[in-house]
Design a protein around this ligand. Structure first.
Ligand code: GDP
Ligand code: MG
Length: 437
């Protein structure tokens, strides 16, 4: 979807003044791109109508940068479509706060319960996971495994086949043990049926959840939206967690869920690992769809792993192009902490992640880089521009790597420097909205 839209807007931007015909033609392509991305057709229709109404107005056709104006309108409407602001989890004023996780089999309920438990624990709370999937033999074990990975206890009754009883007992247990948040993992089925809904209905009335969170698989596109609609009609949901967004190249579910159900997406799952759960930000998702990259998420991610002071010091260095090989070495080591490099790079505007495919920084490579940098003198590290042929040969010999590799590293370093400078210039404008500590 992102690629398609970028093409449409490239055409639009390259034009000077726009006619109503230009806008109509561009919007027809936007419409096709959305339909191809598996966005609900009703959603597409009203989306396009809204944009058209705004875009063919005087403000656009007579402005100096009509192409950009249209993009801005599309951006704003995309954000609106996904619910405008980030929708947070709510907590009950009378703990324990109960969240009930529901959804079809394989959607990611159990994994997400664990991820969520881990994040809530990091907020300083004392969550409890509850195993109410009594049908799949390995379900309890699975929850115990994810629970132990995030350090959150799991309540289960091994030989019980009564999810409602388990849920009730878990509440008692939580109260006795001062668990202030209870996350109930329920069973799913391949399709929505009456039996599943009845069981969920019973658990719901037994535990009176603060929120029923529906877990849906983004990769199933329009099906995910249909599932959300049914669950909302039959059971009533408070929010959606969209999993497997990492494998969703089209974005159809993310765009339609809110508008079809009127319920917000609260979190998105971006991978199988337990840290791969993020709050859903409509504005960032919209930027991403429009191909502007997700600079804010990138910085936030960096902040989680970097020491805050280091971040702002680095930022200064990037801006002044003072970033040197010593910083580079440190960066390489930090990047390892931030997670897979391709995921990070995907958030940088203009990066084509498909092309990046499987770039990975492996330990060995970092060791080689370290060897090369350590074979440089202090002056060379501070000012790479003095690296001439004989210096490079000396470094190659000293580090035991070949000359080609030394050259490659220096080139990569220069590229990174440029990229970081661009990135920090871009984010500078957004400082008011998002400040570095
Ligand atoms: P449940 O049947 O709803 O409880 O689903 P599970 O939690 O067992 O998850 C089903 C599969 O989806 C597992 O293999 C998970 O690792 C995987 N999964 C869950 N969330 C994500 C995600 O955000 N991204 C990816 N790539 N896989 C996920
Ligand atoms: Mg499960």
């Amino acid at each position: 979807l992102s690629d398609k839209l970028q093409d449409v807007f490239k055409k639009l931007k390259s034009k000077g003044k726009l006619t109503e015909k230009d806008v109509t033609a561009a919007l027809r392509e936007v419409k096709l791109a959305l339909l191809e991305a598996d966005v609900n057709f009703k959603v597409v229709k009203s989306f396009i109508d809204k944009i058209k109404e705004r875009a063919v107005g005087q403000e656009v056709l007579e402005s100096l940068t009509p192409g950009q104006q249209v993009i801005k309108i599309v951006h704003e409407e995309l954000i609106d479509l996904m619910g405008s602001t980030q929708s947070k989890l709510t907590f009950s004023s009378m703990p324990p706060t109960v969240y009930m996780m529901v959804g079809l089999q394989g959607a990611g309920k159990t994994t997400t319960s664990g991820k969520l438990g881990g994040q809530i624990k990091k907020m300083g709370k004392k969550p409890l996971l509850v195993a109410c999937d009594v049908y799949r033999p390995a379900a309890i074990k699975q929850l115990q495994v994810v629970g132990s990975q995030v350090g959150v206890p799991v309540f289960s009754i091994e030989d019980s086949k009564q999810p409602v009883e388990i849920a009730k007992a878990a509440l008692e247990y939580a109260k006795a043990n001062h668990n202030d948040v209870v996350i109930v993992d329920t069973a799913g089925r391949l399709h929505i049926d009456e039996k599943l809904m009845n069981e969920l209905e019973e658990i719901k009335s037994a535990v009176k959840p603060q929120e029923i969170l529906l877990v849906v698989d983004a990769m199933t596109g329009q099906d995910a939206v249909n599932v959300a609609e049914s669950f909302n009609e039959k059971l009533g949901i408070d929010g959606v967690i969209l999993t497997k967004l990492d494998g969703d190249t089209r974005g159809g579910a993310a765009l339609s869920v809110r508008s079809v159900t009127q319920k917000p997406i609260k979190y998105v799952g971006l991978g199988e690992k337990l840290e791969d759960l993020q709050p859903f930000y409509p504005d960032r998702m919209a930027s991403r769809i429009l191909g502007m990259g997700d600079v804010l998420t990138l910085i936030e991610k960096a902040q989680q792993s970097f020491d805050a002071k280091k971040v702002s010091a680095l930022e200064q260095k990037f801006r002044k192009m003072e970033f040197d090989f010593d910083d580079f070495l440190e960066q390489m080591q930090q990047v390892k902490k931030m997670g897979p490099l391709n995921q990070i790079l995907g958030m940088i505007p203009g990066m084509n992640t498909q092309k990046l495919g499987d770039i990975e920084v492996d330990e060995k490579e970092i060791a080689h880089i370290e060897a090369i940098i350590k074979s440089m003198t202090k002056e060379e590290r501070k000012d790479p521009s003095i690296l001439n042929g004989s210096r490079k040969r000396r470094i190659a010999a000293g580090s035991g790597r070949d000359l080609q590799e030394v050259n490659r590293l220096i080139k990569q370093f220069e590229q990174m420097r440029k990229m970081m400078k661009q990135l920090s210039d871009m984010t500078k404008g957004k400082k008011g909205k998002f400040k570095l500590p």
